[in-house]
Design a protein around this ligand. Structure first.
Ligand code: SF4
Length: 322
């Protein structure tokens, strides 16, 4: 049986809304509202949804860059939920993040060598000579050259900067990489190069990925399983193939219809997403998607559907199946 590397149970993140003269708490934004999932060792789980659906907040909670309001996070068998900052720092060696905007996440005043060395210094790994050697090796591994070590981030293209971001994440030999929209800021032609690099690195180092993106087309390329989020909740989660061949949730169907098809002669039914995403501070009652769903029934406006296994390994939260 495949081992589980990451397990998330009933995770919630509510941000308070303060108002009035005394700044009292007058409400809350339910950015992540009771989600559970697992990531197996060596697999890639894609997490998709529109902006504001809670996927990035989830990624940040897993790293404990944001404190969960409720719920549990288990990494490699350890419960991270109540670890102190000091204990958490040790764990971060094994779980690293790659961010959307490589330019913003790389210090412009530091050379690439200094940027890549930093995680090793923070975690007390190697002496100066060993660290410099690892920087050189890592640059080659991500498709750059050792002579790039003395350059600054602005001297690289967007795709190269993301390679540096990936190299930095790999410096401490982590088990899990959380990619928060890691290719969204790149040109389409460069996106596939970076995705291919991530796939190669996964095979070479046995990495596990949680890949966060708003574009199902991008996630399809790399994911073994995909979870679809809407307004802070998981509405569908299953194997990548099952989701693309037979999406159950109406929201997943709409997201999928927006993915371009390479063959222009193939016609496909394109259900469109109407209306804006509701505010997570005031989510609709019942199914949060009911205000935009073409298949909405009376029950959907009142009762919130739970995420249930509809067919083996295929979970959806929708009254059409309950
Ligand atoms: Fe649409 Fe109802 Fe399913 Fe929600 S529960 S997605 S409103 S059919």
């Amino acid at each position: 049986m495949t081992e589980i590397l990451l397990k998330v149970e009933r995770l919630k993140k509510y941000f308070p809304i303060k108002g009035g003269v005394f700044g009292k708490r007058i409400g809350e934004v339910k950015a992540v509202d009771d989600i559970s999932f697992i990531v197996k060792k060596g697999e890639t789980l894609g997490l998709v949804g529109e902006s504001g659906c809670g996927k990035s907040t989830t990624g940040r909670m897993l790293m404990r860059l944001l404190e969960p309001t409720e719920g549990q996070i288990y990494f490699d068998g350890k419960d991270l939920t109540f670890l102190s900052n000091r204990e958490m720092r040790k764990i971060r060696k094994e779980m690293q993040m790659v961010f959307q905007d490589p330019f913003a996440s790389l210090n412009p005043r530091h050379t690439v060598e200094k940027i890549l060395e930093e995680p090793l210094i923070v975690h007390g790994i190697g002496d100066a000579k060993e660290r410099k050697q690892r920087v050189k090796e890592m640059l080659e591994i991500v498709g750059l050259s050792s002579y790039h070590a003395k350059r600054y981030p602005h001297q690289f293209s967007g795709g190269q900067r993301q390679r540096i971001g990936i190299a930095r994440a790999l410096m401490t030999k982590p088990k899990l990489i959380i990619g928060d929209e890691p290719v969204s800021a790149l040109d389409v032609s460069i996106q596939s190069q970076v995705l291919n690099l991530l796939e190669d690195l996964q095979k070479e180092f046995g990495l596990t990925y949680l890949f966060i993106a708003h574009d199902l087309g991008v996630v399809r390329h790399i994911s073994d399983r995909v979870g679809v989020m809407y307004l802070g909740r998981l509405v569908e989660i299953t194997d990548s193939e099952k989701l693309y061949e037979n999406p159950l949730h109406p929201y997943s169907r709409v997201l999928l219809s927006a993915v371009p098809i390479p063959d222009p002669t193939v016609k496909k039914d394109r259900p469109l997403l109407t209306g804006d995403i509701p505010s997570p501070a005031n989510p609709p009652q019942g199914c949060a998607f009911h205000t935009r769903c073409k298949e909405c029934m009376e029950v959907c406006k009142i009762v919130r559907p739970e995420l249930k296994e509809i067919e083996p390994g295929h979970f959806a939260a929708c009254h059409l199946y309950q």
